[in-house]
Design a protein around this ligand. Structure first.
Ligand code: ATP
Ligand code: MG
Length: 805
C-alpha cells in the first residue's frame, strides 16, 4: 500500500510524517502557529481511511468551529474521495447534540429538546434573579450566568454545588437556589443550555455505561484540534470516550425500533472493533490558549502525558505559513510570557516584507489607513478574500465599517452580523420551537403577543397559573381559552394562536412512519408567519425598519430552503440545532471576494495573505478588564500572538492616538506588546498620499485634518515604542508629549483654547455641542459637553479634536 498512499505523505517533514503515521493509543502534537497541526490531523484521517485501517464511521474528529469542521471534511474528501457518510467531523457541541438527540429520552428529555443560546439563558436567569431578589446580594444576571457556566464547565451541577456550598451564607444560599431553579426550568422546558450539551453528555456516559460503550465501540479514532482550549467538561468527555469498554449491557443496536438506521452497523470485517480504548490524537499550542475565561485549561495539554500513559509526543517546529519577519515578531512577543515552554519556530519562506506600523490620530484615521492599504494591495492583485482585519472588541468594527463603506471596499463581519439575535428572527424561531418543543414555555410566552393580539401581562400570568393548576405546559393551556376567565376578544386571540400552532404541528411533526417532504420546515415556517398575522402586521406598518424585518424573515425562509437541500430528511429540531450552533466563525453566507472583519478570538486557526491588527493599544490589547486578573496579561499576549500569526506575507499593526470608547474620547497608549517586537522588523509609516487628497475622501462630520490645523505632508516617522515604559506611569499630558503628530511632528495642543460653560464647539467625531462646564486645570482641563446628537461626553481639552464656534 506504500505506493498508493505516497500522495498523502508527500511534502511532509519528518516530524509531520511521524505524526501522520504513528499508530498507538495516544498521540500529542504540540507546536506553534502555522506548523501544520491541523494539516497533520487531516492527513492522519485520510491515511486511516485510505489504508482501510478505519471505517469512516469509526472516526470522530473535533474542531473548534463548524466552519473548521466543514473545511476539514472537504479536505479529507479531496484526499480520499467522498467518504463523509458516517464520519463525524464536528465541534464538541454538535457532536454532543447528535448524541443527546438519540439518548436524551433516557433521562427525562425528548428528542425535540431546545438549545438555549446565551441570550435565552440570560433571559431565564434574569427572571429567576428577580424572583429570588438575588440582586439584593449584588448578583446581576450576567454574573450569575457566568458563575453557573463556570461551575458547569467544571461538571458541577446544582445539587453538587448545594452540597458543598456554605449555605449559612445568605448570598450563597440565594445563588444556590437560583442555580437549582434554573436547572429545573431547563428540564421542564425540555431544554439544554450550551454548557449542558457537554456536561449532560458526560453525565449520560457515566450514568449509563452501556450507552457509553455504544460510542466507545463506534469511535475507534478520536482526533481533536485546538486541544489547548478544551475545558474540564470536554476533557472528561474525551476521557469517557477513550476508556476501554465497561462490558455492561449488550452490543449496540444500530436500528431504532421504527427501523430507522441510527448508525452504520459495524461490518464483521471492521478493523479494530475490539475492547481496547480508542486511539486519541490531540493537537494544540499552549501559546494559543485564549479561552481561559470560558474555562479552557492549559493543563489539559501539559498533563496529557500523565493522563495518557505511554503517549507519544511530537513537536513541530517548521512554520509553513508566515515569512520570517512576521514569525520573528510573533516569537519575540510570546517570548515575554514567563510561564511557557520555549519553542523554536522557523520558516524557510525568507524575510519577506517588513511589518507595517501606523499610528492614526483617531480611530477614523486608523480605519482610513486600513482602507487605503486594502485598496493598494487589491490593486496589486491580492484578492479581497485574502485580507482580514482584526480587533479586540466588537465595538471597534463600527469605525472600520464606516470608512470601508465609503472606500467601496467589500467586507463582511464574521460573527458580528448577529442575524439570529434580531428580534424578528428570534420571534420566528420561537414559533418553530413552540411547534417542535411545546414544553418550552419561554418560546411560547415570547410569541403570545407577537404580533400584537391584545394579550397583556395579566393574561399571560393567568395562562401560566392555569397551566400550573392543571399541570399543563403553557402551550397546552392555550387550548383552553374558554376556561381562563378572560374576555371574549382575548379568548378568540388565544384560540387563534392555538389553531395556528396546531395546524403547523400537523404538517411539521407527521405521525411516525410518514416521511415528511424535505421542505417541511420552510412550509411550516411560512404557514406560521402568515397565519399568525406576523407578516401582515409588518407589511401594514409604516415603520421603515419593518421593511427590513420582512426582508430578514424572507432571508430566514431562504435559509430553511437551503437547509432542505442539504438535509432532505432534516426535521424542524435538526434545523433549530443547526441555527443554535452557528458560532462566531461560521457563516451561512459565501464570504469569497470580500475582506473579513473579526475579533482576534474568532481568527483562531485561520490564515490570510494580509492581516491588519488594529487598535494595538493599552486597554484594548491587553484589554483593560484583563489587566487585574491573574494570568490576564499573559492570555492577552497569547491572543495578540494568535492575531499576528494569521498573516502569511503582509502584517499591519495599527493604533490610534485617541479613541472614542465607552462613551468618551480618551487618550490611547501604544500597547506594551508593540515594544516587544524588535524595532527593525517594523516600518512605521504615515498615511499614503498627501493630506489634501485624503481630505476629499473623508466625508461626514470628521472635519478632516485641514480644519483642525494639521496641514502639511511631513515625512517624519513615528514609532510609539519610543515611549519609555516609565511614561505609562506619568500623567497623561506628559505622555502625550511623546506622541508627536505623525504628520507635522508636533503634538496637537489645544492648551490655549479658552472654553467655558455655554460655548458652542464642534468635535470631529461627535459634531456640534454646548459646553456644560469645565473642570480640572492646565493640561488636565476637561470639558463636559452636551452634544446635539451624541449626548453628554467628557473631553480632555488639550487633545480633543474640537474647535470653538
Ligand atoms: P494554527 O496553530 O494557526 O492552527 P496549524 O499548526 O494548524 O496552525 P496549519 O493551518 O495546518 O497549521 O498549516 C499552516 C499552513 O502551512 C497551511 O497553509 C498548510 O497548508 C501549510 N503546510 C503545513 N504543512 C506543510 C508542509 N509540510 N508543506 C507545505 N505546506 C505546509
Ligand atoms: Mg490549526
Amino acid at each position: 500500500s506504500d505506493h498508493s498512499d505516497a500522495d498523502l505523505l508527500a511534502g511532509l517533514n519528518p516530524q509531520q510524517l511521524d505524526a501522520v503515521t504513528y499508530r498507538g493509543s495516544a498521540l500529542l502534537i504540540v507546536a506553534g502557529a502555522g506548523s501544520g497541526k491541523t494539516s497533520v490531523l487531516t492527513r492522519r484521517i485520510a491515511l486511516l481511511l485510505r489504508r482501510r485501517e478505519a471505517w469512516p464511521s469509526q472516526i470522530l474528529a473535533i474542531t473548534f468551529t463548524n466552519k473548521a469542521a466543514g473545511e476539514m471534511r472537504e479536505r479529507v474528501a479531496q484526499l480520499v474521495g467522498d467518504v463523509s457518510r458516517g464520519m463525524w467531523i464536528s465541534t464538541f457541541h454538535s457532536a454532543c447534540v447528535r448524541i443527546l438527540r438519540r439518548e436524551a429520552e433516557r433521562f427525562g428529555f425528548t428528542k425535540a429538546f431546545t438549545i438555549y443560546d446565551s441570550g435565552d439563558s440570560r433571559a431565564l436567569i434574569k427572571r429567576l434573579v428577580k424572583e429570588h431578589e438575588a440582586d439584593a446580594f449584588g448578583f446581576t444576571p450576567a454574573a450569575v450566568q457566568s458563575r453557573i457556566s463556570k461551575l458547569k464547565n467544571e461538571l458541577q451541577d446544582a445539587e453538587s454545588f448545594a452540597r458543598q456550598a456554605n449555605l449559612a451564607d445568605p448570598a450563597e444560599r440565594v445563588f444556590s437556589e437560583v442555580f437549582g431553579d434554573y436547572q429545573r426550568s431547563l428540564q421542564k422546558a425540555n431544554a439544554f443550555d450550551f454548557d449542558d450539551l457537554i456536561g449532560q453528555t458526560v453525565f449520560l456516559f457515566r450514568a449509563f455505561p452501556e450507552v457509553a460503550d455504544t460510542y466507545r465501540r463506534r469511535f475507534r479514532h478520536i482526533l481533536i484540534d485546538e486541544y489547548q482550549d478544551t475545558n474540564h467538561a470536554q476533557y472528561s468527555l474525551i476521557h469517557e470516550l477513550t476508556r476501554p469498554l465497561s462490558g455492561k449491557g449488550a452490543a449496540p443496536e444500530p436500528y431504532a425500533s421504527n427501523g430507522m438506521m441510527i448508525f452504520e452497523p459495524e461490518p464483521q470485517t471492521a478493523p479494530d472493533a475490539g475492547g481496547e480504548g480508542a486511539s486519541l490524537t490531540v493537537v494544540g499550542d499552549s501559546d494559543q490558549s485564549i479561552y481561559a475565561f470560558r474555562g479552557a485549561d492549559i493543563r489539559n495539554i501539559s498533563e496529557f502525558e500523565r493522563d495518557f500513559p505511554g503517549a507519544k509526543v511530537v513537536l513541530l517546529e517548521q512554520n509553513y505559513r508566515s515569512t520570517n519577519n512576521i514569525l520573528q515578531a510573533a516569537n519575540a512577543v510570546i517570548g515575554n510570557n514567563f510561564d511557557r515552554k520555549e519553542k523554536k519556530l522557523w520558516s524557510d519562506r525568507g524575510a519577506g516584507e517588513k511589518i507595517v506600523g501606523f499610528t492614526g490620530y483617531s480611530q477614523h484615521d486608523e480605519a482610513q489607513f486600513v482602507a487605503d492599504e486594502v485598496d493598494a494591495l487589491h490593486r496589486d492583485g491580492m484578492p479581497y478574500s485574502e485580507m482580514a482585519v482584526f480587533y479586540r472588541t466588537n465595538s471597534q468594527s463600527r469605525a472600520l465599517e464606516e470608512i470601508l463603506i465609503r472606500a467601496a471596499v467589500p467586507y463582511k463581519i464574521m460573527g458580528g452580523t448577529k442575524f439570529y439575535e434580531r428580534a424578528e428572527i428570534k420571534d420566528a424561531l420561537a414559533y418553530l420551537v413552540a411547534v417542535a418543543n411545546p414544553a418550552d414555555d419561554m418560546a411560547v410566552r415570547r410569541i403570545l403577543n407577537r404580533p400584537r393580539r391584545g394579550i397583556g401581562d395579566v393574561t399571560e400570568t393567568t395562562i401560566a397559573r392555569f397551566a400550573e393548576e392543571h399541570e399543563l405546559s403553557f402551550r397546552d393551556a392555550l387550548a383552553h381559552p374558554a376556561e381562563l376567565g378572560v374576555g371574549p376578544k382575548i379568548q378568540a386571540a388565544i384560540g387563534q394562536l392555538d389553531a395556528v400552532l396546531t395546524e403547523a404541528s400537523a404538517i411539521m411533526l407527521p405521525a411516525t412512519g410518514d416521511v415528511p417532504p424535505p421542505t417541511v420546515v420552510a412550509e411550516g415556517l411560512t404557514l406560521l408567519l402568515s397565519k399568525s398575522g406576523y407578516m401582515d402586521a409588518l407589511r401594514a406598518s409604516r415603520d421603515p425598519q419593518d421593511e427590513a424585518r420582512l426582508e430578514n424573515l424572507d432571508e430566514l425562509i431562504a435559509v430553511t430552503r437551503e437547509f432542505a437541500r442539504n438535509n432532505p430528511e432534516g426535521t424542524v429540531a435538526d434545523f433549530l440545532t443547526e441555527v443554535a450552533l452557528v458560532s462566531d466563525a461560521d457563516d451561512l453566507d459565501d464570504s469569497s471576494g470580500v475582506v473579513s472583519l473579526m475579533t482576534m478570538h474568532t481568527a483562531k486557526g485561520l490564515e490570510f495573505d494580509a492581516v491588519f491588527v488594529t487598535g494595538v493599544e493599552e486597554d484594548l490589547i491587553p484589554h483593560r478588564i484583563s489587566a487585574g486578573e491573574p494570568g490576564g496579561p499573559q492570555e492577552e499576549r497569547r491572543l495578540f500572538y494568535v492575531g499576528i500569526t494569521r498573516a502569511r506575507t503582509r502584517l499591519h499593526l495599527s493604533l490610534a492616538m485617541t479613541r472614542a470608547q465607552f462613551g468618551e474620547v480618551s487618550v490611547a497608549m501604544p500597547s506594551r506588546f508593540l515594544q516587544e517586537i524588535p524595532a527593525e522588523l517594523i516600518d512605521w509609516r504615515q498615511s499614503p498620499g498627501d493630506i489634501n487628497s485624503r481630505g476629499s475622501r473623508t466625508l461626514g462630520g470628521r472635519g478632516g485634518f485641514g480644519g483642525s490645523g494639521f496641514g502639511g505632508s511631513g515625512r517624519d516617522r513615528f514609532a510609539p515604542r519610543e515611549l519609555a515604559k516609565s511614561d505609562r506611569l506619568k500623567p497623561l499630558s506628559t505622555a502625550m508629549d511623546k506622541f508627536p503628530n505623525r504628520v507635522t511632528g508636533k503634538v496637537r495642543d489645544n492648551g490655549d483654547l479658552e472654553l467655558s460653560a455655554g460655548d458652542r464647539i464642534r468635535h470631529d467625531d461627535f459634531g456640534e455641542g454646548r459646553v456644560d462646564q469645565v473642570t480640572g486645570e492646565g493640561a488636565k482641563r476637561v470639558a463636559h459637553v452636551r452634544f446635539d446628537s451624541a449626548g453628554m461626553k467628557k473631553l480632555l481639552i488639550k487633545i480633543a479634536p474640537i474647535t470653538k464656534l
